[in-house]
Structures are given as C-alpha cells and as structure tokens.
Design a binder for this molecule. Structure first.
Ligand SMILES: Nc1ncnc2c1ncn2[C@@H]1O[C@H](COP(=O)(O)OP(=O)(O)OP(=O)(O)O)[C@@H](O)[C@H]1O
Length: 345
C-alpha cells in the first residue's frame, strides 16, 4: 500500500432493502489518520454505511475498498483477514461477562490463532494504552461504563487494525466520561495514525473528535467538509436542524417581532459567526471606536472545535448602518455576517 492510498474508498455504493434505498450512490474517500464523523437523522443510513464499511453488509452495487481491496465482492473466507483490519467499538461495549478484562481484549487474537502467551502480552500492552492496567483481572460487571468502553477500545485495537469504527461509542456515558473517551481516541489516533469513522447523535463529540463530517440524508451525503466549516456555516436544513440545540437563538421576545423592512428608529439584527483568534477581539468596542457604530449584543456563545473557538452572536445596530457594519466586521475577519431582519428595541 502506498502511503497516499485512501484507507477507505466508496465508489457509487448503493444498498437497497427491497424497494428502499438505504444508501444511494455514495462516493467518497477517507485518508489514513483522518477522523470522520457521520451524522444524520434517524433512518438516514448511518448504520448501513458503517456496516458496509465493516464488511457486515454487502452493497447492492458499487465498491467498498479498504486499503485498496474491494471488500464488497470478496467471498466470506477472504473477508476474515480483512475484517481484522477493522476494529469495532459499540455503544453498549459488547464485552463477554464470563471473561476477565485481559481475556476480553485477547479474544480477537485467540480467534486469529495467536498463541496464548503472545496474546496476553498484547492485551496487557493495550490495557496500558487505554489507561486501566490495574483492571486486567476484573470482570466487566466490576467496571464503570467508561472503563468498559476502554476495554472495548482495547479489544478493537487488538489485531492492529487500520480502521476503527465507532457506533455511538460515547452515547451511554456521562459527559465527563465521554470527554475522557474522546481524549483517549484522539491520543490513539495520533499515536497509531489510526483512521477513525464514528457515528454519533452527539454534535459535541463530532466537534471535539472529528476532522471531517458527512451529513447523511436518505442514503446520500448532502453536506461534507471540515467540521469547523460545516458547523460554522451549515448549508442544508438537515445540518441546521442537527446543530440547532448547539446554536444560540434569539430570545423569543425579539424573534417574534422581527420584520423584513425597517421602520423609523429600528435596529437591524446581524447574525455573526467567528472562528479562531477573532473570537477574542473586542469587536463591539472596535465598531464604536473605528466606525462610530453602536452595536448591542443580543445573544451569543462560544464553542470549540478541537482547540479552535467558534463564536456565534446576534448584534443589533442602527438600521441605516447595517451595510457599513457588515463591511467593518468582514474587514475585522469574522467568518460570516448576515442580516436577519429589523426590530424595534
Ligand atoms: N435489514 C434491514 N431490512 C430492511 N430495512 C432496513 C434494514 N436495515 C436498515 N433498513 C432501512 O434502511 C434505512 C437506513 O437505516 P439505518 O439503520 O442505516 O439508519 P440510521 O441512520 O443508522 O438510523 P438510526 O439513527 O435510527 O440508527 C432505514 O429506512 C431502515 O428502515
């Protein structure tokens, strides 16, 4: 395999269930070391896509290539070694309760016929990597949810996979534990240069973990790109809906009274999105100082995509100064600024 060959390539993949197209002409590629998040409403095709990637589901047509090999058309026997290149992490961990932690982790190696001493050595190494070396002899019932998921991740890594697939891997965990599992996945991604594809309904997980995001709707990718870009400027209605809980919105007392044309003494409302350094700049003070524009902050918040701050605010400025404000804010380096309408404050 050459280093720039994508780890994953989907070429015109369709998966039908009867007359229903769960995946429809999907074409994309994912490079080694990338972390890609897949989001979409229920029934959009996320699980089907992940199952096709894992070789658990055969596409009706098209090619699914992992490290250049088309797994969609391999006979079952030839799929076995390829499946070992793919680690799976599940929402409910799927550990065997009758086996201790070390033996759970070593199980894929046992199935692959690796001698006992070697697989236990590897399992110990992985337990160290996921940060719970002292739990080797414990049974799953004696572990917290976060510890169980660490074991699930260690097991997924046992056969040195090229690809880790995470299906709602943090959805059963509390926010603090979710954060620690995200940090673990990021560390593993960097240390092992592991490619990770994750499905989640938690947008905060995508923000902290993924480099790129695919938005699925009715089996098609309707929006795709760097998480920062897509989350800062969601184009499709679906993406906007999925992000809605995360976005600040105007207080009802204002949003109810917005109108499209200005009356005398109205203010124009501007929706401003900023990324990076500019978030820390005193924009309102600068508007006043450099442009003599008095802006009022109506609503706003700051979130982070990895280390990059994203600021979203609604400002009100005198109605006759909205164009000048947009020009000024753009020259200050904000990502986007749009007029939402007019209101009497
Ligand atoms: N084995 C199956 N037989 C018939 N229809 C199926 C099967 N698997 C999935 N589907 C259908 O394909 C579509 C996509 O399902 P899929 O489970 O991939 O969606 P999803 O985005 O993962 O949804 P969710 O978020 O609810 O898990 C749905 O309409 C579903 O009903």
């Amino acid at each position: 395999m050459t280093s720039d060959l994508p780890v994953i390539e989907f070429d015109n993949v369709c998966r039908n269930f009867g007359n229903h197209a769960a995946l429809s002409n999907l074409t994309f590629s994912i490079q080694k070391g990338e972390i890609v998040g897949i989001i979409g409403h229920s029934g959009a095709g996320k699980t089907t896509l992940l199952r096709c990637l894992a070789g658990l589901e055969k596409p009706t047509s098209g090619k699914v290539k992992i490290e250049g090999k088309d797994i969609a058309h391999l006979p079952e026997k030839a799929l076995i070694p390829l499946r070992q290149r793919i680690g799976l992490v599940f929402q409910h961990f799927n550990l065997l309760n009758s086996k201790n932690v070390l033996n759970n982790i070593a199980l894929p190696l046992k199935i692959a016929g690796i001698p006992k001493a070697k697989r236990i050595e590897k399992a110990k190494e992985l337990l160290e990597l996921v940060g719970i070396p002292d739990k080797a002899l414990n049974y799953p019932a004696q572990l917290s949810g976060g510890q169980k998921q660490r074991v699930g991740i260690a097991r997924a890594l046992a056969a040195n996979p090229a690809l880790l697939l995470c299906d709602e891997a943090t959805s059963a965990l509390d926010p603090e534990t979710t954060r620690s599992i995200i940090e673990l996945l990021l560390r593993i991604n960097q240390k092992l240069k592991l490619t990770i594809v994750l499905i989640t309904h938690e947008m905060s997980v995508i923000r902290l973990l993924a480099d790129r995001v695919f938005v699925l709707q009715k089996g098609k990718i309707i929006e795709e790109g760097a998480v920062g870009k897509v989350f800062a400027h969601p184009q499709s209605e679906t993406t906007q809906q999925l992000l809605q809980e995360e976005q600040p919105s105007l207080p009802q007392s204002i949003s109810q009274n917005i109108h499209p044309n200005p009356d005398r003494n109205d203010h124009a409302i501007l929706h401003v999105v900023m990324m990076g350094k500019v978030v820390r700049d005193p924009l309102i003070a600068n508007l006043q100082k450099d442009y003599q524009i008095s802006a009022v902050l109506l609503e706003g918040n700051i979130t982070h995509i990895r280390e990059t701050p994203i600021g979203t605010t609604f400002l009100a400025v005198p109605a006759d100064q909205w164009q000048q404000t947009i020009t000024a804010l753009t020259s200050m380096g904000v990502e986007t600024v749009e007029k939402v309408g007019y209101v009497r404050l």
